[in-house]
Design a protein around this ligand. Structure first.
Ligand code: PMP
Length: 402
């Protein structure tokens, strides 16, 4: 199978090859995952709740998949609830935990740079009697544990901090935050969508109690995800019905999606070791070359504590959107920030929280590599970007060279 961002095949003709550097917003499903999903659409179409042999096959696969996804984060199988994605996992984690434990307290702590789903879930809870503290981040997008400690009260029941930023790629000190939460007997939730497959997640040594995953972020299908719920934690469901997933997520299980997510988790575990050094090499090439070739260009996010596949820049005097569209004309797909917030004209809340001015935030570009990126993609981007930035700056009333 040839995808537009895969290397040109060695055959008699040359295909036009587009370059895809937006792996944070969407990943192609790995062909091996598609193969693993295929039987669950037609031959093995059973409902795990049915008691006949077709239903039994489905139940066996469902439970095997649960173990495989659990293994990939060092959890136990019965600590995994399958959901329709990370948005739902975040809803179940935060609303499910907060509502079930409101007799113990009504205070939740998040950071200012959480994913839009976490922001909107906590706004919903705020309207329903909860108090939310939003801790600031530093110029690199890093959460300071002392700021969390300062805000903890005897009403605090939950802290939710993403494992790593899905925009600037800064990796948060989750293990230390988890240690603090354990000391204070507060539950820690982490949205690990941006980190999974890139960092070794271990829910035991990371001290997390709830952890959200999305299948597409490990090259599985969209519309599938999972929530890790540490044994013994009590949550209420946010989707109520026939009581599937141990009563925590009703609705007939998405078997092809779950089979795909499990296969993706198995592949991730075996291939991460080889994949991550390649991604770091590409990231470092981008980070070293782009600011040297293009004046007044700066790296956003942490210089070292960042995701292996993330390079995020700001360019003085131009709009990231104009840059994105100019690169689109050249068949190069990049991003200006989170795809989940791309329809708004507001600058990225992450960049603003990191202290960037509005115009700096608007002049930013996110480049994320992945499994099918090849070095030629990186070289082509590095080759073409300076002229594109230069042309836009010449047209820009905002840009002054001096
Ligand atoms: N959290 C983060 C950090 C994300 O980047 C995304 C989008 N991939 C989500 C949550 C929502 O995931 P989903 O689309 O699977 O609901």
């Amino acid at each position: 199978m040839i995808l537009p961002w895969m290397p040109t095949p060695r055959c008699g003709f040359k295909m036009a090859r587009s370059i895809y550097l937006d792996y944070q917003s969407s990943k192609p499903v790995d062909p091996r995952v598609i193969e693993a999903m295929r039987p669950w659409f037609y031959e093995n179409f059973g409902n795990p709740s049915a008691l006949h042999y077709i239903g039994d096959q489905a139940t066996t696969m469902l439970e095997k998949s649960r173990s495989q996804v659990a293994d990939s984060i060092h959890a136990k199988a019965d600590e995994i609830v399958f959901t329709s994605g990370a948005t739902e996992a975040n809803n179940l984690a935060i609303i499910g935990y907060a509502m079930r434990n409101k007799n113990r307290g009504n205070h939740i702590i998040i950071s200012e740079i959480e994913h839009i789903s976490i922001i909107n879930i906590t706004k919903f809870l705020e309207k329903n009697g909860f108090k939310i503290s939003r801790v600031p981040v530093d110029h690199f997008g890093m959460v300071n544990i002392d700021k969390i400690r300062e805000r903890i009260t005897d009403q605090t029941i939950l802290v939710s901090i993403a494992y790593a930023s899905n925009e600037v790629g800064t990796i948060q000190p989750i293990t230390e935050i988890g240690k603090l939460c354990r000391e204070k007997k507060i539950v820690l939730h982490s949205d690990a969508v941006a980190a999974v497959g890139l960092l070794p997640i271990n829910v035991i040594s990371d001290n997390v109690d709830l952890l959200s995953l999305s299948s597409n972020d490990i090259y599985g299908p969209k519309g599938t995800g999972a929530l890790f719920i540490k044994e013994g934690l009590r949550l209420i469901p946010v989707i109520i019905g026939g009581g599937q997933e141990n009563g925590l997520r009703s609705g007939t299980e998405n078997l092809p999606g779950i089979a795909g997510m499990a296969k993706a988790a198995v592949i991730m575990q075996t291939e991460m070791e080889n994949e991550v050094p390649k991604l770091i090499k590409f990231r470092e090439k981008l980070i070293n070359k782009i600011p040297r070739l293009i004046p007044k260009t700066y790296l956003n996010g942490h210089p070292t504590e960042r995701l292996p596949n993330n390079a995020h820049f700001r360019f003085d005097g131009i709009e990231g959107e104009a840059l994105l569209l100019s690169l689109k004309d050249k068949n190069i797909a990049v991003s200006t920030g989170s795809a989940c917030s791309s329809k708004t004209l507001e600058p990225s809340h992450t960049l603003i929280a990191m202290g960037l001015l509005h115009e700096e935030a608007h002049g930013s570009l996110q480049l994320t590599c992945g499994r099918f990126t090849v070095e030629q993609d990186i070289d082509t981007l590095i080759d073409r970007l300076p002229a594109v930035v230069d042309r836009l700056r010449k047209l820009s009333p905002l840009y002054r060279e001096a």
